[in-house]
Every structure is written in structure tokens, then in C-alpha cells.
Design a protein around this ligand. Structure first.
Ligand SMILES: N[C@@H](CCC(=O)N[C@@H](CS)C(=O)NCC(=O)O)C(=O)O
Length: 236
């Protein structure tokens, strides 16, 4: 049994999709970020970074004590190794999949994340920051488009690299980026969206507090996500 510590965001959906794809037994433990539930000691014991998703595998690869893991990319690699699925068998394609997974973790996710911050959460966004992150978000889509003009999936076969990117592409509409501008991404997006496990994993659970486009947070909610409450949780 795997516990999935979860919030309904692109990073969370990467893992809920992988769990649906592999059919591994799991239970979802939802957190409400706006209430600061992720800042408490329960998550800190699993993830000192106090961010989601995280997992605890009670029947871990290699045996022994339950294994706690954080960072969605590391979790996807672990689940791929545990099941022997969704990482290509050939070394060439396996490393290609890992390359695109790292690209998602270091580029697409963080840069789109900053664009989401300034477009959706920042009360008075500076024009410079808006331009900087939306431009970079779009540039990364240009990069992905070039790749997907050559291949159906990022590592030629459907893999955890696609699972990592797909929820962030889905979320781009919330920052007014329409993927119709990138035809190869649009086709790739549709191929993946039709997979039954993606439909299942991407719907878990339907409690996205940030589903709307622009979020107006009260001061306490803002503090839990971006201010003193967030900072003090790690320092305490
Ligand atoms: N690189 C991390 C990012 C985790 C992350 O930032 N998660 C967000 C939700 S998508 C979170 O927990 N936010 C809470 C906060 O910012 O305090 C991963 O991919 O797992």
C-alpha cells in the first residue's frame, strides 16, 4: 500500500496518473494548502521541504521499513523502477525519458509555476515579472513543440516524462496560454488525455482550491503559501 500525500495541482497529478497507470494499491491523503495543512508536523516527517506530493510506500522496493519519498520526479522514477513500467527498456530511450523528466522538473514546472504565481496569485504583479515568466513559459512550449514534431511521445514511447509534463500543459489555460498555438503539443495532449488511467488520475480528487484563474487569497492564506507562515514552518 502506498500513501499519496496529495494536493490537486499539476505536481500532484503526475503521481496520481502514474499510480492509476500502474494499478498500484494506494490511498490518497489530501491537504488543503489554503489552510496551511502542509505546514504541519505530519508532512514534515515525510518531507522536510513541506511540499506536495510525497509518498510513503509500506511495501517498498528492496524491502524493509516504509519508504518516504518527496519530489514528484523522484517519485515517478521510483514507481517506474518498482513496476518496471513507463521507462523505456533501451538505455538510449531510458536516458532520453530521464532527460525530458529533468527538463520538466527544472524548467517547465518551475517556470510555468512562476508564471502562475504572477498571473494568478500576485496582488499587484510587476510588468517585468509577468513578461519574464510568461515569455519563458511560452519559450518552453516552443521547445516541446519542436520535439513533438519529431516523435509521438517525448522519449518516443509513452513514459513518465510525458506524465510529468502533461498536467502542466493542462494547467496552461489558467495563465491564458492556449495550446492550439502549438499543434504537435495539442496532438500529444489529446493522445494522452484519452488514456483511461490519465482520465482517472487527473480527476483525483476533485477539490482543487486553485481551479479558478485568478486567486484572491486572504492574508492568512497568502501567508501559508508565500509569507511568514510558510517561512516559519520550516524554521520552527
Ligand atoms: N519540485 C516539487 C514541487 C512541489 C511543490 O511546490 N508543490 C506545491 C503544490 S504543486 C506545494 O506543495 N505548494 C505548497 C507551498 O508552496 O507552500 C515537486 O515536483 O514535487
Amino acid at each position: 500500500m502506498i500513501d499519496l500525500h496529495f494536493v490537486s495541482t499539476p505536481n500532484g497529478h503526475k503521481v496520481s496518473i502514474m499510480l492509476a497507470e500502474t494499478g498500484l494499491a494506494h490511498r490518497v491523503i489530501p491537504y488543503n494548502l489554503l489552510k496551511g495543512e502542509h505546514l504541519g508536523e505530519a508532512l514534515a516527517a515525510i518531507n522536510p521541504n513541506r511540499r506536495l506530493p510525497a509518498i510513503v510506500d509500506h511495501d517498498p522496493l528492496g524491502g524493509g521499513e516504509p519508504l518516504a519519498l518527496f519530489e514528484s520526479g523522484a517519485i515517478l522514477l521510483y514507481l517506474a523502477e518498482k513496476t518496471g513500467r513507463f521507462l523505456p527498456a533501451s538505455p538510449r530511450l531510458k536516458h532520453t525519458a530521464q532527460q525530458w523528466l529533468m527538463w520538466q522538473m527544472a524548467g517547465l514546472g518551475p517556470q510555468h509555476g512562476q508564471a502562475h504565481h504572477f498571473v494568478r496569485y500576485c496582488p499587484d504583479p510587476p510588468e517585468y515579472a509577468l513578461q519574464r515568466y510568461v515569455r519563458e513559459a511560452r519559450r518552453l512550449l516552443d521547445v516541446m513543440e519542436l520535439r513533438l514534431r519529431q516523435v509521438d511521445y517525448l522519449a518516443e514511447e509513452y513514459s513518465i516524462a510525458d506524465m510529468a509534463c502533461w498536467p502542466w500543459i493542462r494547467a496552461a489555460r489558467a495563465i491564458d496560454i492556449g495550446i492550439a498555438e502549438w499543434p504537435a503539443i495539442k496532438a500529444w495532449y489529446g493522445r494522452i488525455a484519452r488514456r483511461p488511467a490519465v482520465i482517472e488520475g487527473a480527476a483525483v480528487p476533485e477539490n482543487d482550491p486553485a481551479a479558478g484563474r485568478v486567486m484572491t487569497l486572504n492574508p492568512d492564506q497568502w501567508s501559508a503559501l508565500f509569507g511568514e507562515r510558510m517561512l516559519n514552518a520550516v524554521r520552527s
